[in-house]
Design a protein around this ligand. Structure first.
Ligand SMILES: NC(=O)c1ccc[n+]([C@@H]2O[C@H](COP(=O)([O-])OP(=O)(O)OC[C@H]3O[C@@H](n4cnc5c(N)ncnc54)[C@H](O)[C@@H]3O)[C@@H](O)[C@H]2O)c1
Ligand SMILES: O=C(O)C(=O)C[C@@H](O)[C@H](O)[C@H](O)COP(=O)(O)O
Ligand SMILES: [Zn+2]
Length: 350
């Protein structure tokens, strides 16, 4: 088993990565939780594949369990869904000394983490990420949130899980589009921190080839993320580097109301478009945007919008969390593997 540990004082937690780990979920949870009641929140797709097995494993380990399966998709990561989750917790008489499990992709991880952080002012929870995106990125770092109509992740908190349990075998049931979606965040990690990872990704010509190396890829992304989060837990400094491609990416998702592009697809466009502009301004080494265009295409991701100009989507950028006192902080690459924060204005994108 591959293991990482996020060191954050009394908010520290392990990340476990192993094929087949889901079958031992009950035993693994027992090591970090001495109570009896566990509430599992998942979505209908994940429930169909893994819900019953997870409940059985928890029951065999002696836990009293209940499960809520929400509709799948970004629409579920909405403020309006929260009362449904809180009400189920109440019906189960879930108390502060009990445990919540978020079993699913980034949508479930984010909304369930936020529900856990707010219900009774905070109940411990465990992340069991089942999409590639969630395994390489969203399950680690404690950013939990819901969307508002006017933008992504606008209501949230920093609330870390007690454990992250990653079983790469579950990726075999992921729709292909969501496999590539997760690869966008993997490419992001290569771009911002690891040229070797970026170059390695150039070698894999199919999903099967990626899957042969998947444990190492997940490990490396989680390792980069945990190091960044340990240095800047609350996103006031270098954690913003994890937002490469997201300033535009989030605005694209919001503009299309989450119907046209997945998170990873929007981030892929964001990484290319910002690097193209940075290159034109002499802020990024020449050739970087072209390399990003090549790699995102190799991974079946878009690199530009189907509309000729970014202008219609720029308004949403004003609501970006990196817009501090009207100064926009964007993430740029010096070169592949080296990133930095640049203070600018909305005109950067025009
Ligand atoms: N908190 C963070 O740090 C962070 C980081 C990156 C992204 N995010 C957020 O994550 C969300 C996107 O996450 P996502 O791409 O995982 O989307 P998602 O949760 O909607 O999952 C994608 C699809 O795959 C299905 N699915 C998940 N696991 C499956 C499996 N093993 N087998 C079959 N189907 C499966 C889901 O039901 C869904 O239909 C966005 O809201 C984004 O903002 C958060
Ligand atoms: O963990 C982080 O920090 C990130 O920026 C990771 C991103 O991949 C992720 O999409 C995150 O949810 C974006 O956060 P936000 O603060 O821009 O809403
Ligand atoms: Zn992201």
């Amino acid at each position: 088993m591959k293991k990482l540990f996020v060191h954050l004082g009394d908010r520290s937690y392990p990340i476990l990565i192993e094929k087949g780990l889901l079958e031992q979920v009950g035993e693994e949870i027992k090591k970090v939780y001495a109570g009896r009641k566990i509430f599992v929140v998942t979505d209908v797709h994940v429930n169909q594949h893994y819900g019953r097995n997870v409940l059985t494993s928890l029951e065999h380990a002696g836990f009293q369990v209940d499960l809520l399966a929400l509709p799948a998709g970004e629409e579920t990561k909405s403020f309006h869904i929260l009362p449904k989750i809180y009400n189920q917790f109440l019906d189960f008489k879930l108390s502060r000394s009990d445990l919540i499990i978020a079993l699913g992709g980034g949508v479930i991880g984010d909304i369930v983490g936020f529900a856990a952080s707010t219900y009774l002012r905070g109940v411990p929870y465990v992340q069991i990420p089942t999409s590639l995106l969630a395994q390489v990125d969203s399950s680690v770092g404690g950013k939990v949130a819901v969307d508002l109509d006017r933008g992504k992740n606008l209501v949230g908190s920093f609330y870390h899980p007690k454990l992250v349990l990653i079983d790469p075998n579950v990726l075999h049931t992921l729709e292909e589009r969501f496999f590539w979606d997760g690869m966008a965040e993997v490419i992001k990690y290569g771009c911002i921190k690891d040229v070797n990872l970026f170059n390695e990704l150039k070698n894999y010509q199919s999903m099967e080839m990626v899957m042969e190396h998947i444990e190492n890829i997940i490990y490396r992304c989680c390792e980069i993320k945990k190091e960044v989060v340990e240095e800047d837990e609350k996103d006031t400094g270098n954690r913003m580097l994890l937002n490469f491609g997201h300033t535009l990416g989030h605005a694209i998702e919001t503009f299309y109301q989450y119907k046209k592009y997945t998170h990873g697809e929007a981030v892929a466009i964001g990484m290319y478009e910002i690097s193209k502009r940075a290159e034109e301004k002499g802020l990024t080494e020449k050739g970087v945007a072209e390399q990003i265009m090549q790699i995102v295409q190799q991974y079946h991701l878009p690199y530009q919008l189907e509309i000729p100009s970014l202008t219609p989507i720029l308004e949403t950028i004003q609501l970006d969390k990196k817009n501090i006192n009207d100064v926009l902080h964007v993430i740029l690459l010096k070169r592949i593997g080296e990133s930095y924060i640049k203070e600018t204005t909305i005109d950067f994108f025009k």
